[in-house]
Design a protein around this ligand. Structure first.
Ligand code: FMN
Length: 345
């Protein structure tokens, strides 16, 4: 399929693996890119050295284009973005912050910058700083979807720009791909779907839970990491989001996470404080959330852990490879499109 996005990036299929901390790791990124989609490495939990090594590992696994995701407000993100730019990665996916300097540096070597947004206001800001395309994240999405559903947000953003749009939030199959294209998007990003595929590093029992859960079993709350965030409805998810963490508890948990993950505390604190007090407090909440995420993802502990997940879990009932997901999605979209054309005749 040929869309504005496939032409911009030189990829075969309009299907994207979005950045997911601890999930969008080199093996999965390479599997999606090798199958003709675009894999995006999540750099949120990586030091600059780890980010460089992850980029090189992806390059050992595939020679196809891939991206690196950088949430610019997080400590260490700018350093990882610089590494990705030095490595001349094809696509830099920015979120949470102004990426004008990323655009300038990427353009110098022919790289493209795709900004993740979840509102029209943020879409405008990203277009103003020169992003080459947008990932538009609707309310249905795992983690930080906006207030507005994909159904409305995608056409609203399409009305603002002719640049490529990747629809995210609620897409898992060919029905979703065709719907997204009809709404004006040029591709879909599928987080929950790829998080449950064979190459995803999630614990087997956590993948099984995704297959078992209905669409309505999610919680959308600010109480996870201070931004509205969608998590799976589990005992852990319900407990964590029942009330906001107090800042001291967030800080204590964040320090525990940094110790457990052997993250250099001085660097985090310096980076966070350099951005101001509010981002520094947000960093503590992100840090606190990290341990809960890891417990759910890797230990399948859904009493203390919290699993980020989208409503689209209700449409997922099996665990294929990334390549199978891509092929099935394309075949289903094509078949539905042909059926619809026959109906019009
Ligand atoms: C397991 C998992 C982990 C995720 N981790 C992050 C993350 O660390 N940061 C982030 O901004 N979004 C994260 N996301 C959200 C995705 O980047 C993407 O926006 C979302 O999955 C799209 O919606 P969908 O799940 O309906 O496909 C995560 C999603 C999943 C399923």
């Amino acid at each position: 399929m040929n869309t504005r996005l496939t032409r911009l990036l030189g990829i075969a299929h309009p299907i994207v693996l979005p950045g997911m901390t601890y999930v969008a790791v080199p093996r999965l990124v390479a599997a999606v890119s090798q199958a003709g989609g675009l894999g995006i490495l999540a750099s949120g939990a990586l030091s600059p050295e780890q980010c460089r090594e992850a980029i090189r590992e992806i390059r050992r696994l595939t020679d196809r284009p891939f991206g690196v995701g950088c949430s610019l407000k997080l400590p260490g993100a700018a350093a990882c973005a610089k590494v990705a730019l030095e490595e001349q990665v094809s696509v830099i996916n920015t979120s949470m912050g102004k990426g004008d300097w990323v655009v300038e540096a990427a353009q110098a070597y022919g790289g493209k910058v795709i900004a993740t947004i979840s509102s029209e206001k943020h879409a405008k800001a990203a277009l103003d700083f020169g992003a080459d395309g947008l990932i538009v994240t609707g309310h249905e999405a795992a983690a930080h979807g906006g207030k507005v559903t994909s159904m409305v947000l995608i056409p609203a953003v399409r009305d603002m720009t002719d640049k490529p749009i990747i629809a995210a939030g609620g897409f898992a199959d060919g029905r979703g791909l065709l719907a997204a294209l009809s709404l004006g998007a040029d591709a879909v990003a599928m987080g929950t779907r790829f998080a449950s595929c064979t190459e995803s590093p999630l614990h087997g029992e956590t993948k099984q839970l995704i297959l078992d859960k209905p669409a309505e079993d999610t919680i959308y709350s600010r109480n996870f990491d201070t931004f509205p965030c969608r998590v799976m409805k589990t005992p852990g998810g319900q407990k964590y989001t029942a009330r906001p963490l107090s800042p001291p508890v967030a800080l204590t948990r964040s320090l525990a996470a940094a110790r457990e993950l052997q993250t250099p505390l001085g660097d985090i604190a310096r980076d966070a404080l350099a951005q101001g007090l509010v981002p520094a407090i947000q960093t503590a909440y992100f840090g606190a959330a990290t341990l809960a995420m890891r417990k759910a993802m890797f230990d399948a502990d859904h009493h203390e852990g919290v699993q980020l997940i989208g409503q689209v879990q209700g449409l997922i009932h099996d665990q294929p490879t990334a390549a199978d997901i891509i092929q099935r999605t394309l075949a289903q979209a094509r078949a539905i499109s042909q059926g619809l054309q026959a109906q019009w005749a």
